[in-house]
Design a binder for this molecule. Structure first.
Ligand code: HEM
Ligand SMILES: *[C@@H]1O[C@H](CO)[C@@H](O)[C@H](O)[C@H]1NC(C)=O
Ligand SMILES: *[C@@H]1O[C@H](CO)[C@@H](O)[C@H](O)[C@H]1NC(C)=O
Ligand SMILES: *[C@@H]1O[C@H](CO)[C@@H](O)[C@H](O)[C@H]1NC(C)=O
Length: 322
């Protein structure tokens, strides 16, 4: 009797540890705003079915939010006279980061149902999760823990400090993810998000087309036809990241890495150590392997340096602090 009771207690504790990691909880708004996850999903669905690229933007938005000041909605804050250079105006985010209008629409709908209850940081996490669900044709299904608070600090220079640029080699990539508590495999697995969305020519032309690189020659020629030799802010077209299945969140990215048909040095870098090359091979070749790893790494990323208690607030408008 005592033994089975102890076992039951141990099992319960283990479950609590799994679901309540970092103080975040799956179903956090169950009592306070029971329909929030439906409301956000419906908004995301509307936008993503009109333009799959917006879904890519939302997935990237979570990454860019979480790596700078933690997952706290700091990437959403607009410039003000007191803070003219917030994260969203920093080069890694401006003008490329997209999907802000989805967060605004979701927040409006959520505020109507449950005023002052749901943080913008949680809406970003829910929306990114939902985008992954729709773009994977309902295959990448994630239970997203919630309970993040919104931050009050947003500084463009911190986005430059913490978001890895596309010219990074493997050492620097591993270091940049380690600084946020993510390991090498998390980095490899999360890079798989480059199976959707687009890139501006300026993000890869100087480093990969103008300089010698290991990029496949016919792929390089295709990119040269779409991109100016010297992209400028006034002449900076975009190309798909994944030319095979551009709007599908699938493991095609890893096949592209193996074929040397990826845009960035940071993508190609995954083949430059035996350990990461093995991960690329497994993700490319074992059906379902990457998707399973991606779900876990995505939730882990969504819990970076989250704010609770006195560290944050629930913003009324995602673009301004209360
Ligand atoms: C490993 C380091 C990473 C680097 C160096 C990197 C860099 C970049 C760059 C330069 C772009 C193109 C921006 C543009 O010119 O428009 C991009 C796009 C994108 N990135 Fe990453 N990224 C990394 C990791 C990630 C992670 C962890 C995620 C999410 C899990 C992600 C999701 C995306 C998505 C979805 C796009 C397409 C966005 C769109 O179409 O709007 N990236 N990334
Ligand atoms: C942003 O951070 C930089 C570098 O740490 C600092 O010099 C600057 O004063 C900060 N800006 C604001 C508005 O806090
Ligand atoms: C990676 O790049 C850094 C400079 O950013 C350099 O110091 C380092 O030697 C490089 N590492 C490798 C393995 O190429
Ligand atoms: C580059 O891609 C083309 C077209 O898919 C392919 O025919 C060629 O073999 C590739 N080149 C190399 C060196 O793998």
């Amino acid at each position: 009797m005592a033994a089975s009771f102890r076992l039951a207690v141990a099992v319960t504790c283990a479950l609590v540890l799994v679901t309540a990691s970092q103080g975040l909880q799956v179903g956090y708004y169950k009592k306070s705003c029971p329909r929030v996850e439906h409301i956000v999903r419906d908004e995301v669905k509307k936008f993503v079915y009109k333009n799959a690229g917006i879904g890519a933007g939302l997935i990237r938005m979570l990454f860019h939010d979480c790596f700078v000041q933690g997952c706290d909605g700091s990437v959403l804050l607009d410039p003000t006279p007191a803070n003219p250079q917030p994260e969203k105006l920093s080069p890694p985010n401006f003008p490329s980061l997209r999907g802000f209008e989805v967060i605004d629409a979701a927040k409006d709908a959520v505020e109507k149902a449950c005023p002052g209850t749901v943080s913008c940081a949680d809406i970003v996490a829910f929306a990114a999760r939902d985008a992954a669900y729709f773009l994977s044709r309902f295959y990448v299904k994630i239970d997203m823990p919630a309970g993040r608070l919104d931050g009050r600090v947003s500084n463009a220079s911190e986005a430059l400090d913490f978001l890895p640029p596309p010219v990074f080699n493997i050492t620097d990539l591993v270091g940049s993810f380690a600084a946020k508590g993510l390991d090498t495999e998390d980095m490899v697995v999360l890079s798989g998000a480059h199976t959707i969305g687009r890139s501006h020519c300026s993000s890869f032309v100087p480093d990969r087309l103008a300089a010698p690189s290991d990029i496949n020659a016919s792929f390089a020629n295709l990119l040269r036809r779409r991109c100016p030799a010297n992209p400028t802010p006034g002449n900076d077209p975009t190309v798909n990241q994944d030319f095979v299945t551009p709007n599908a969140l699938d493991n095609q990215y890893y096949k592209n890495v193996l074929a040397h048909k990826v845009l960035f040095t940071s993508d190609a870098a995954l083949l430059t150590t035996p350990a990461t090359a093995k991960m690329v091979l497994d993700n490319a070749n074992i059906p379902g392997w990457w998707e399973g790893k991606f779900k876990k790494a995505f939730v882990k990323m969504s819990q970076i340096e989250v704010k609770t208690g006195m560290q944050g607030e629930v913003r009324k408008n995602c673009r301004v602090v209360n």
